[in-house]
Design a protein around this ligand. Structure first.
Ligand SMILES: Cc1ncc(COP(=O)(O)O)c(C=O)c1O
Length: 448
């Protein structure tokens, strides 16, 4: 039994979380006997559910051939196979792949490669990045400086690098004016990005960085049609790169293997992680577009960055096995089909609740935003901890559902959401169970 004397540095030091003793399919069994439906696949990670037999087999097989080797000295079939799979999955648009152990590491590598690209091209004055408010790109100092979530940054602000500025996210629910067309809204956001390039000096910017479909810090908001095309046009005008962070929204989560495939643009740099290894191994990857690949190949020929666990053979073999299951079990189709059903059901059952302001998402990545007042969209004050209460209540034995809480979506401080991101192989019955349980939890916290 975990106690306050545990050596584990818990998220809340004196408040040990529930101890999971078995994870099977969609369920987490805790030591105190709860059966919790994992409606978020952990942190939108366990896309095949838990304890999938083929993945275990693939991991064991890899352990029997090569468990680990140091990637600057040796390559392995495991690293070659998953990397070429990823390149092929982009139709060859991303010719090179750099495998790391997490989303944050993929983002760090991406930021560094963007910088190196411009040094290779003879534009060393490019040192800046433009990212978006209410975004999340990871928790190391570089990635934290790139994202913008007030709470996660606050105490580190004085030691974060100062070469990132933040423009508005694409957040139609709050920011598109009533009567404003989608085209006009997109134009306004493009104008804002253009103005930011001009403010910092267009030839000083390495890249514009954005989550293709936002994750927890904005709450599963898909871009409006035409948004990324317009942002890319601004980047192109100034020779800057487009960096799309698909750590959460990629690898099938939003219905296509790559979320950008629904946006009519191809990024120069793309990061993926969570669904890549589906939680069976810690793995993330940076996918590198043609322009950057060519500059590197024609230039110094080597990326000035490396990590000990880069291209870890077991992680690579695991990720490839996950992708095989995705293909063999036709899970992208299931994500689209069950995702649409999940969205429809959430809207039908929760949309009219007095405190549900918005239900949005894509594929199997959905967010429910809570408000005090539906008319004015006034959020609850952060001090009410609404999303945290929904999360805690969900974990109680009578509800048995795990949901991800998020805060600060409205203005960086206030604004609560819950995120729903189940495994890609959920059934119609699972979706009905999820929505039924969420409805009861919301009624328990906010009233009917
Ligand atoms: C969009 C995005 N980028 C980066 C990260 C960081 O990934 P990790 O937690 O694997 O380091 C996350 C994690 O939630 C994310 O959602």
């Amino acid at each position: 039994m975990a106690t306050a004397a545990s050596s584990v540095l818990y998220t809340k030091i004196d408040n040990p979380p529930l101890k999971v003793v078995k994870a099977q399919g969609n369920y987490l069994q805790t030591q105190d006997g709860r059966q919790i439906f994992d409606a978020t696949a952990g942190a939108a990670v366990a896309s095949l559910g838990h304890n999938h037999p083929s993945i275990k087999q693939a991991m064991l097989k890899q352990l029997e051939s090569v468990d680990y080797c140091y990637s600057p000295f040796f390559t392995t079939s495991a690293a070659e196979t998953i990397s070429s799979y990823l390149t092929e999955s982009t139709g060859g648009e991303m010719p090179k792949v750099f495998i790391v152990s997490s989303g944050t590491e993929a983002v760090e590598a991406s930021l560094k490669l963007a910088r190196q690209y411009f040094v290779e091209k003879g534009e060393p004055q490019r040192t800046r990045f433009i990212a978006r408010k209410q975004s999340y790109h990871g928790n190391t100092l570089g990635s934290l400086a790139t994202g913008y979530h007030k709470g996660r940054r606050a105490i580190y602000e004085p030691i974060l690098r100062q070469n990132v500025s933040h423009v508005s996210p694409c957040y139609a629910y709050r920011d598109q004016d009533s009567g404003e067309s989608t085209e006009a809204y997109v134009q306004r956001l493009a104008d804002e990005l253009e103005a930011e390039f001009q403010a910092v000096g267009p030839d000083t910017v390495c890249a514009f960085v954005a989550e293709t479909v936002s994750g927890t810090t904005l709450g599963c908001v898909p871009p409006v049609p035409g948004y990324f095309k317009a942002m890319k046009a601004v980047c192109d005008r100034h020779g800057a790169l487009l960096m799309m962070d698909e750590v959460m929204s990629g690898m099938g989560r939003t219905g296509t293997l790559h979320a950008w495939q629904q946006e009519g643009v191809v990024p120069d740099l793309q990061t993926v992680a969570k669904g890549l290894g589906a939680g069976y191994a810690p793995i993330g990857a940076l996918l590198i577009g043609k322009r950057v690949t060519n500059a590197l190949t024609d230039g110094t020929g080597s990326f000035v960055h490396s990590q000990t666990y880069q291209g870890h053979p077991v992680a690579c073999a695991t990720a490839y096995a996950v992708q095989e299951v995705l293909r063999d079990e036709r899970l992208l189709e299931n994500v689209r089909e069950q995702g649409e059903y999940l969205g429809d059901l959430l809207k039908a059952r929760l949309g009219s609740h007095k405190n549900v302001g918005d239900v949005r998402g894509r594929g199997l990545l959905w967010g429910v935003e809570f408000v005090m007042d539906k008319e004015t969209k006034r959020p609850f004050p952060a001090s009410k901890k609404i999303a945290a209460k929904v999360h805690d209540t969900g974990l109680q034995p009578e509800h048995g559902i795990s949901l991800i809480p998020g805060n600060g979506v409205a203005d960086g401080t206030d604004g609560d959401i819950i995120l729903i991101a189940p495994a890609f192989n959920v059934s119609k019955t699972d979706v009905e169970l999820i929505v039924g349980r969420i409805e009861k939890v919301i009624h328990a916290v906010l009233g009917a």
